[in-house]
Structures are given as C-alpha cells and as structure tokens.
Design a protein around this ligand. Structure first.
Ligand code: SAM
Length: 252
C-alpha cells in the first residue's frame, strides 16, 4: 500500500512526501503530515503505478479541501439547484457529498482513478440521491463530449496540484470542450488561461495542507462581450456612467 500526501508536498521546499512505503524515487517518511488520515489517503501500489502512467509521478498524492474550504469555494462559485458539479479526482468523495448537501445541487459527481478511493466514495455517497461517482480518468475527453456522463456539468472542480503538465493540459481541453460549464475551479492555473473563460480570480480556501490555499476560479465569458471585458472594466464603466449622470443632473 502506498500513500503520498499533498499536504507534505505543499509544506516542504523539497519533494519529500508522506508515503507509507518507498515509491520509486520519492522519499519515505511518515511524520510530515498531521492532517491526513493515513488509512483513508491510501491507494495501492498498483493504483499508484497506473495513475502515474497518465498523470505523472505525484498524481496519486492525496490531500483534501476541508469543509470550510468547500463552503468558501461553493459560495464564490454560487453553486445552487441548477448546477451539476463535478470533482475531477474526487478521492474519497467528501467534497462531492458535501457540495450536494450544502448547496442543494441538481447533481454532484466525482470521478476518481484509484478504485480503492472510488469505492470509499461510493459508500460515503450512498444515502445521497443527487450524488454519483465514476471510476476512471477525469481527463477522458469522451466523458465530456455530447452524450458523455460529464457533458452536462455546469461547474468543474479539480484539486490538480499534483497532476503533471500533460494531465492538466488534457483536463484543460476537456473543460474547453464542455459547452455547459459555466465555471471551473482549480488549484493549479493554466498559464494561457481557458479558452472561452475570463481570467481567473484567486480565492483562498482551507485545505488539509494549508489554511489558505489559492484556488483559481474561471467563469465562462459572455459570448456577446469582447475578450477584454472583465469585472473591473464593468465596474469602471458603471462608475463613469454615474459621474456623467451626476454632472448632467447638477448642470440642469
Ligand atoms: C489531491 S486528491 C483530491 C481529493 C478531493 N478532490 C479534494 O479536493 O478534497 C487528488 C485525487 O486525484 C486522483 N487522480 C489523479 N489522477 C487522476 C486522473 N487522471 N483521473 C481521476 N482521478 C485522478 C488521485 O488518485 C487523488 O485521489
């Protein structure tokens, strides 16, 4: 059994991580992370190898957004009854179940590669009618295109801090392809942005590795507005309009 904990990665300058036994080149240590339940963060050595194949050496690492962190994020995302939320790399499923309960979502989905984590998530989500979990690669394009299980999602969340560049690039392509998405939240932003979405807004959310971890929130850009349009531009134009109205009123 192997466990790699994202908490330790974020806390340390080196790439020493919290693992149950030696995995490839990673350092073995068991005492750096106090906030993860070691048993729950586990995945098998076979699962680690399979995840590594498609997401890089660290992609099977584990860490969670906390209850408070998800409350902050869900509020910023304005999650509500019209939303279909998906957690890409849903681990043990806590964020999915909490999102469904706290925000009364239409549906909440999680997709997780590691079968053992997926099975824990399925058990956790059983009582919730609006919750479902898929096992597999969250960046599998076929799931995001018309008719796919994720093709009607409105909000996507990815705790993608430990995903490698290739997996993040594949995930980006899926988000850009999915026309129903109105927002995306990710721990690692995409340098060129997401096509069709505005520049990300940084939100600080509590995680098991930090009290205020930056999460980048992308909102779908209104197709009728020019690409340079942003919340700041809108605010400045409203302020300008108010000044003009004020001057007109004062002059009459
Ligand atoms: C850091 S944990 C996040 C847990 C949870 N989403 C949260 O934020 O609280 C990331 C999860 O992504 C999973 N994962 C890694 N690569 C994946 C892939 N290609 N498809 C689906 N899940 C993947 C890992 O196994 C791990 O459980």
């Amino acid at each position: 059994m192997a466990v790699i904990c994202a908490d330790s990665l974020a806390m340390l300058p080196s790439r020493a991580v919290h693992i149950g036994h030696q995995v490839d080149t990673l350092h073995a240590t068991t005492s750096m992370c106090s906030s993860c339940d070691e048993d729950e963060a586990m995945c098998t050595a076979e699962e680690h190898l399979a995840i590594k194949e498609i997401g890089g050496e660290l992609a099977s690492g584990y860490g969670e957004i906390t209850v408070g962190g998800l409350l902050t994020l869900g509020t910023v995302l304005k999650l509500g009854p019209n939303d279909v939320f998906v957690d890409c790399g849903s681990g043990n499923g806590r964020a999915v179940v909490q999102a469904a309960r706290d925000f009364g979502l239409k549906r909440a989905l999680g997709i997780e590669f590691a079968t053992s984590r997926h099975e824990r998530a399925v058990a956790l989500g059983k009582p919730e009618a609006a919750v479902s979990f898929l096992q597999g690669d969250c960046a599998d394009m076929i799931r995001w295109t018309e008719g796919g299980e994720l093709s009607d999602c409105t909000c996507a969340y990815a705790n993608n801090k430990l995903f490698d560049d290739l997996l993040n690039a594949r995930l980006k392509a899926c988000f850009e392809e999915c026309a129903s998405l109105r927002c995306v939240a990710a721990f690692t932003p995409w340098p060129g942005g997401l096509t069709g979405f505005a520049e990300p807004v940084e939100v600080r959310c509590e995680t098991t590795w930090s009290q205020a971890s930056p999460v980048y929130v992308y909102e779908r850009r209104n197709a009728l507005l020019p690409s340079w349009w942003s919340g700041e531009v809108e605010g400045a134009l409203v302020a300008l309009l108010l000044v003009v109205v004020w001057n007109v009123v004062a002059a009459t």
